[in-house]
Each structure stands twice: as structure tokens, then as C-alpha cells.
Design a binder for this molecule. Structure first.
Ligand code: HEM
Ligand code: HEM
Length: 189
């Protein structure tokens, strides 16, 4: 069977199952919890006062470490997604819903790539080392305030797009749950 990256259409394959694989469901659940936590943490930590010194930096380092772990999980998820065809959406769904779902999922994947990448790259341009659960990672290049500011702006702007897209995604999931049309079950163990 041929793989179709980022597409939920597997044509009229008789072999297609009606739900995602267990690995896809587990990664989806783990990342949903991790990303919602990380988004909340990111917004919350911005308000931590700079004095007394240390507390703000500790939370920022925690955010960076969790963000890097999430980045690794996202790579795993992407690899699984590209090598495993998702189940085709049911025929009874109107075309606009299939289109909106695909657009929503593509945007979610884009944000899942941009968030950890912009966070990591932005932090790599500050004068401080990135500490991964306490261990300083090697410096990749010279600090640059201009690069740091540009990547921070991308990180922050993308976080808002991400929150909006996730909110739409979760509302759609609940809407399908209320209609009992079986869509939620596709991503449920
Ligand atoms: C899964 C990925 C991530 C998510 C969802 C996420 C989310 C966020 C959010 C919501 C903010 C607050 C934005 C604001 O209100 O201005 C933030 C800020 C920040 N994040 Fe992340 N983040 C992620 C990964 C990372 C990584 C991997 C790093 C660094 C290794 C990082 C470093 C930072 C830093 C330094 C800030 C402070 C604002 C700035 O200088 O850009 N983040 N993040
Ligand atoms: C941070 C939160 C979340 C993110 C980033 C996220 C991301 C995604 C992505 C990218 C897909 C497409 C899977 C693919 O085809 O490869 C998906 C599917 C799905 N998600 Fe989420 N999700 C989140 C939270 C949730 C929550 C809380 C629910 C349920 C209440 C949910 C329910 C579903 C369902 C039912 C599908 C399958 C849709 C279909 O059948 O095509 N998601 N999610």
C-alpha cells in the first residue's frame, strides 16, 4: 500500500481501518496533554518577576527542557504519520468538513514544527546556554540579539495561532462527540 503524507484520503481501499493505530492515538494523547501544559506554562512564566533572581530562569529552563522533549515526540509522531496512512474519513461527511479538518490538522502540524524549532533556535542566540534538565547544551553560534528577537517574535506569534487552532480542533471534537458520528472514536483507544 502506498503512503500519502498529510492526507486523510486513502481512496476506496477495502483494507482501511476505521481508527488510527494505537501508537498514533498514544502519541496524540501524550502530545495533547504536553502541548497544552507547555502553552499554559509559556504564557504563565512570562509574568514571573525578574527579582528575586533565579526563579524566573528556573521556570524558563524547565520550559526549554519540556519543549525539547516535546520536539522529540513531535519528530516521532511525524515519522509515524508519514509511514502510516490515517483511516479515511467517512463518506457521509460533507466536503467542507473534510476540507476544514484537513486544513486544521495541517496547521496543527505546522505549529508543532515551528514552536519547538523557533524556541530552540531563539534560545540558542542568547548569551546563556540552554540547560536541558540541568545540563548545559553546547553553544552552536555566537549570541545575536537581532536573531533572538526575530525568533522570539515567531515563537510568540505562532503560539497564538496554535492556541486558536487547538481551540477550534477541540470544539470540533466535542461537536462530533455530541453528534455521536464516530469521529471521536477514531482517536480513542
Ligand atoms: C513544544 C513546544 C513549545 C510550545 C508550545 C511553547 C510555547 C510557548 C509560549 C506560549 C510562550 C509564551 C509566549 C508569549 O506569551 O510571549 C513561550 C515562550 C518562550 N519559550 Fe516556548 N514553547 C515551546 C518550546 C520551546 C523550546 C524548545 C524552547 C527553548 C529551548 C522555548 C523557549 C521559550 C522562551 C525563551 C520563551 C520566552 C519568550 C521568548 O523569549 O521567546 N520554547 N513558549
Ligand atoms: C494540543 C492539543 C491537540 C493537538 C495538537 C492535536 C492534534 C491533532 C492532529 C494533528 C490530528 C490529525 C491526525 C492525523 O491525521 O495525523 C488530530 C486528530 C484528532 N484529534 Fe487532536 N489534537 C489535540 C487535542 C485533541 C483533543 C483534546 C481531542 C478530543 C477531545 C482531540 C481529538 C481528535 C480526534 C477525534 C482526531 C481524529 C480526527 C479524524 O478522525 O480525522 N484532539 N489531532
Amino acid at each position: 500500500m502506498e503512503d500519502t503524507p498529510l492526507s486523510t484520503d486513502d481512496g476506496a481501499s477495502a483494507k482501511s481501518s476505521s481508527r488510527y493505530t494505537l501508537i498514533a492515538i498514544a502519541l496524540h494523547g501524550l502530545l495533547a496533554i504536553g502541548l497544552l501544559y507547555q502553552l499554559g506554562l509559556g504564557v504563565w512564566m512570562e509574568d514571573i518577576p525578574k527579582s528575586p533572581p533565579g526563579i524566573r530562569a528556573e521556570w524558563f529552563n524547565w520550559h526549554k527542557s519540556i519543549g525539547l522533549v516535546l520536539g522529540l515526540l513531535i519528530v516521532l509522531r511525524g515519522a509515524w504519520r508519514l509511514s502510516h496512512r490515517p483511516p479515511a474519513l467517512p463518506d457521509h461527511l460533507p466536503r467542507w468538513q473534510t476540507w476544514t479538518a484537513n486544513a486544521n490538522h495541517a496547521l496543527l502540524y505546522a505549529c508543532m514544527v515551528i514552536m519547538p524549532l523557533s524556541g530552540f533556535l531563539g534560545s540558542s542566540f542568547t548569551p546563556y546556554p540552554i540547560k536541558f534538565f540541568g545540563t548545559a547544551l553546547p553553544r552552536l553560534w555566537e549570541a545575536s540579539a537581532a536573531m533572538k528577537d526575530a525568533l522570539s517574535a515567531i515563537h510568540t506569534a505562532c503560539s497564538y495561532v496554535f492556541m486558536f487552532t487547538i481551540a477550534a480542533h477541540i470544539m470540533a471534537a466535542f461537536w462530533h462527540a455530541l453528534r455521536r458520528d464516530g469521529i471521536l472514536k477514531r482517536m480513542w483507544p
